[in-house]
Design a protein around this ligand. Structure first.
Ligand code: ATP
Ligand code: MG
Length: 433
């Protein structure tokens, strides 16, 4: 508190020197403190000047606390208080006393014998104050604190008061500047921190976007591959199944024709019967292929019957028990939502078949007033979510399900852990009719 800045040479004490010298000296001192930027240096240097200007033994500068209840002594010189004394006494209550009077009355206060003064209110342990002069520090005509000097050998008079008041005007400006400087530095630090935070957020967002873009690109590539595979499978099915059958039917019809030419009526009948059976098979296969491409029931009957039909096929195909249940009264939703949920269910069942080693899987569709929730739950081996991420393996099933759920305005969550099965839960906000 009481470390003073580099010692200043005050060229004179007020009692000596011609008026023009005093003015010159005041000007130099004001110049010196106006060059200081931080508050402690301003206060200590100013106090040093005040003691020298008035020939005082000790003094202080106090500033009003922000709640206006205290004078907070920020600089002391000529007296070395113990830390304990300082901690107890640096806040002087702003109520009538010799030391607070300059602020309360907003005018200089003088005392020729402070100990005898009834306004005296000195903390225990303070050296006796004999002569005293206090002047307010004003910013925009309001007192923001005060300078107090004490124990000049002879009492302070009008001219000391005038000199200290004049100098206090300069000190108040320097204090105000130092405070503005602090506030500016604080605001700059704050701004820099905010810029750093914002930059980091932006970087994170950019990275997240870049990652998303990479994922989407992979998904797109995979979708193209899936489409290509699907086309191959369909052409394969058509070739191996329908094509073979049609060739068979053609051969039967040709042989029937030849038999007709040869008037072998029984043979003709057999050929026609076989051709008709083959064509019936063709019709069945065609129906299945068309169904796989896009389940027609979805359009005519809606989601639940289509899920039930798929579940039945899944049961036959995998020997797993697969049931569909509903909650609430089923209602129709937009085409894209119904297709989306259907495809998510297909993908989830595909995973159950490939990975879960389950014996049972349940599909539950809950129709609520504001949303529809579909869960696909298996009693299989479960897995650790996210464990495979970043291992370079390419798994598009889960990612595709998430994307699909988002694409229809909803979201998908997985609940799983090793040994506890897996639940894929999709929630889509929809308004029930
Ligand atoms: N129901 C499940 N039970 C157990 N493990 C599962 C289940 N569903 C997913 N998994 C695990 O999560 C992984 C990621 O699934 P995802 O569907 O994304 O990829 P994938 O099935 O391996 O490959 P694809 O891209 O062909 O779907 C699987 O490899 C599997 O280890
Ligand atoms: Mg999968």
């Amino acid at each position: 508190m009481n470390e003073s800045s580099e010692s200043t040479t005050v060229p004179f004490a007020l009692d000596y020197g011609a008026p023009q010298d005093r003015l010159r000296a005041l000007y130099d001192l004001a110049l010196e403190i106006s060059a200081l930027r931080d508050l402690p240096s301003v206060l200590n240097t100013a106090l040093e000047h005040c003691l020298a200007l008035t020939g005082s033994e000790f003094g202080f500068i106090g500033l009003n606390s922000s709640d206006g209840r205290f004078l907070d002594v920020k600089a002391i010189q000529g007296f070395n208080p113990t830390t304990e004394f300082y901690m107890h006494s640096h806040l002087i209550p702003l109520r009538p006393s010799l030391f607070a009077q300059a602020i309360l009355d907003d005018r200089p206060v003088r005392s020729a014998d402070a100990v005898a003064d009834r306004r005296y209110g000195q903390p225990a342990g303070h050296p006796p104050v004999l002569t005293f002069l206090g002047v307010p520090l004003r910013v925009e005509r309001k007192p923001i604190g005060m300078i107090g000097v004490a124990n000049r050998s002879s009492p302070y008079d009008e001219s000391h008061e005038q000199l200290l008041m004049t100098y206090a005007t300069q000190v108040a400006i320097a204090i105000n500047n130092a405070r503005l400087n602090d506030a500016l530095a604080e605001a700059t630090r704050d701004l820099e921190q905010r810029v750093r935070d914002r930059t980091r957020e932006l970087n994170d967002a950019t990275n997240a976007l870049a990652e998303k873009a990479t994922q989407l690109q992979k998904l797109l590539a995979e979708t193209v591959t899936i489409q290509e595979r699907e086309r191959q499978r369909i052409s394969h099915d058509l070739h191996d199944g329908l094509n073979q059958l049609l060739v068979g039917a053609l051969l039967e019809l040709r042989s029937g024709l030849e038999r007709l030419n040869r008037n072998e009526s029984t043979g003709v009948k057999t050929s026609l019967k076989q051709a008709s059976e083959i064509i019936h098979q063709v019709e069945q296969e065609l129906r299945q292929t068309i169904f796989d491409l896009r389940p027609p029931m979805l359009d005519s009957l809606g989601l639940v019957p289509s899920l039930a039909r798929y579940a039945k096929q899944f049961e036959n195909h995998t020997q797993l028990s697969c049931k569909v249940e509903t909650n609430g009264k089923p209602f129709r939703m937009s085409e894209s939502i119904e297709i989306g949920l259907y495809r998510i269910m297909q993908e989830a069942l595909q995973n159950v078949q490939s990975h879960a080693r389950a014996s049972n899987v349940e599909i539950l569709v809950a129709f609520q007033e504001t949303h529809v929730a579909m869960t696909v739950t298996d009693n299989g081996c479960g897995f650790v979510l996210g464990e495979r991420a970043g291992q370079g393996d390419v798994h598009f099933g889960l990612m595709g399900m998430h994307e699909r759920a988002q694409a229809i305005g909803g979201m998908l969550q997985m609940y799983t852990s090793p040994g506890h099965g897996t639940m894929v839960s999709t929630t889509i906000p929809v308004q029930s009719p």
